[in-house]
Design a protein around this ligand. Structure first.
Ligand SMILES: Nc1ncnc2c1ncn2[C@@H]1O[C@H](COP(=O)(O)OP(=O)(O)OP(=O)(O)O)[C@@H](O)[C@H]1O
Ligand SMILES: [Mg+2]
Length: 388
């Protein structure tokens, strides 16, 4: 790639600065280490230039399909957004501790065998997010697109037996919003129903982000008891090729309730926090409750943190938790970046330190063994680490 190499040698780009990527189900954040924000936050999808067909990330796809997708996607990231060649570069991949091993292995294969990168470091998102705040103890809750994942971290170690993961995040809100819109506009029996019947996913997401909000606990309780409070104003929506229609105020207010209303198993986002604290040893509980870090794009919704705070205060007084938990105070940290790229920023800070060289898997080692160290395997978790 002479053009890109020349671009590098002119010093116009970050020459050989490690690349940091956080591949999310909905959005990928990509940039260079030791920078304060990603160069791009883009949908995790590849558009075929000829057919204009859009392929999205499916971590459970066949390994060969996933391999093909990742080759196209990493190529797109490096050559269209970062404008550098990935060859012989160091990579930091920010990933969830619960990321499937098959995904990690396929990504390593793509980076080492196809792009011939110099080294890759897999950085657990919940741990590196704490780098941004200089903390070593916190309850980290990631409310992204596909699921909410909570992992308590105590003195730098993840408390794995207390982890919680539920499919309560952006996707669940969008599904709830679609059905609320259909129910509300269907009653009118007008042309609006035809519009909302087949709203594209992007439009539903746009309505969610721009028109919906998380309501207060007292209003939510009234709605649950059937004493509907006066709804907020309706909003008219008109965007691009979608014919205009009105979003009822009650729909705007109720869309996020799916995250807070307990399901048949009595699980919701606030109970995940309390259940995790209950599973931790007694001496860890107070420090964790007083150091909550909420990250992920869905937590940027208007009113999300205030509602979570009041739900926690309310729930600890209910019979389910009052006897199990003596903690009454919950404190939230404000990260130094927008919530959707806090984990990326943690990876970028981590990549700016010398630890990167100690913790990375190099091409040489990978090509010899063709495997990626995995924390779930005891082989790599003994004191005397053989692979690093
Ligand atoms: N300002 C905002 N208000 C509400 N929701 C938002 C906002 N910005 C982004 N989102 C939502 O956040 C989600 C994306 O967040 P994020 O980038 O953390 O997810 P992801 O990393 O792709 O997903 P996951 O971590 O589940 O794999 C999307 O559902 C998006 O609609
Ligand atoms: Mg994410």
């Amino acid at each position: 790639m002479p053009l890109y190499d020349k671009y590098d040698s002119l010093g116009l780009s970050s020459d050989k600065q490690p690349i940091v990527i956080d591949i999310g189900t909905a959005y990928t954040k990509v940039g260079f280490s030791a920078e304060t924000s990603p160069r791009a936050i883009l949908p995790t999808q590849v558009v075929d230039p000829e057919t204009k067909q859009c392929r999205r990330l499916d971590a459970s796809a066949r390994p060969s399909d996933l391999y093909e997708f990742l080759v196209d996607f990493v190529h797109h990231l490096c050559f269209k957004h970062l404008l550098v060649s990935p060859k012989d570069r160091k990579f930091i991949v920010v990933e969830s501790l619960l990321c499937p091993t098959s995904f990690r292995e396929t990504l390593a294969k793509v980076l080492f065998r196809h792009f011939e990168v110099f080294s890759v470091m897999f950085a657990p998102s919940h741990l590196v997010s704490l780098c941004c705040l200089g903390l070593d103890t916190a309850l980290v809750l990631d409310v992204g697109h596909k699921e909410s994942v909570l992992i308590p971290v105590y003195q730098g170690y993840p408390v794995l037996h207390a982890w919680q993961a539920e499919p309560l995040a952006g996707h669940a809100v969008q599904s709830s919003l679609s059905s609320l819109l259909k129910a509300a506009l269907g009653n009118g029996g007008d042309a609006s129903l035809a519009v909302v019947e087949d709203l594209p996913r992007e439009v539903v997401e746009d309505i969610k982000v721009r028109a919906c909000f998380v309501t207060r606990l007292d209003r939510a309780q009234q709605m649950e008891e059937g004493r509907d409070p006066a709804p907020p104003p309706d909003a008219s929506y008109r965007e691009g090729s979608v014919p205009g229609f009105v979003i009822p105020g009650s729909v705007r207010e109720r869309a996020y309730e799916v995250l807070f209303q307990q399901d048949n198993d009595e699980v919701a986002v606030p109970t995940m926090v309390l259940d995790a604290i209950v599973k931790c040893p007694i001496d860890m509980r107070r420090p964790l409750a007083e150091n909550i870090l909420v990250i992920g794009g869905t937590s940027m919704a208007l009113g999300f943190k205030a509602r979570l705070q009041s739900e926690l205060k309310h729930l600890v007084q209910t019979s389910k938790y009052a006897s199990k938990l003596a903690v009454r105070t919950f404190k939230f940290h404000t990260p130094p970046a927008k919530e959707n790229y806090v984990a990326w920023l943690g990876g970028a800070l981590f990549g700016g330190t010398d630890i990167l060289n100690l913790r990375s898997l190099t091409k040489e080692v990978y090509l010899k063994k063709s495997e990626v160290p995995d924390w779930t395997s005891l082989e790599y978790n003994c004191r005397d680490e053989k692979t690093m």
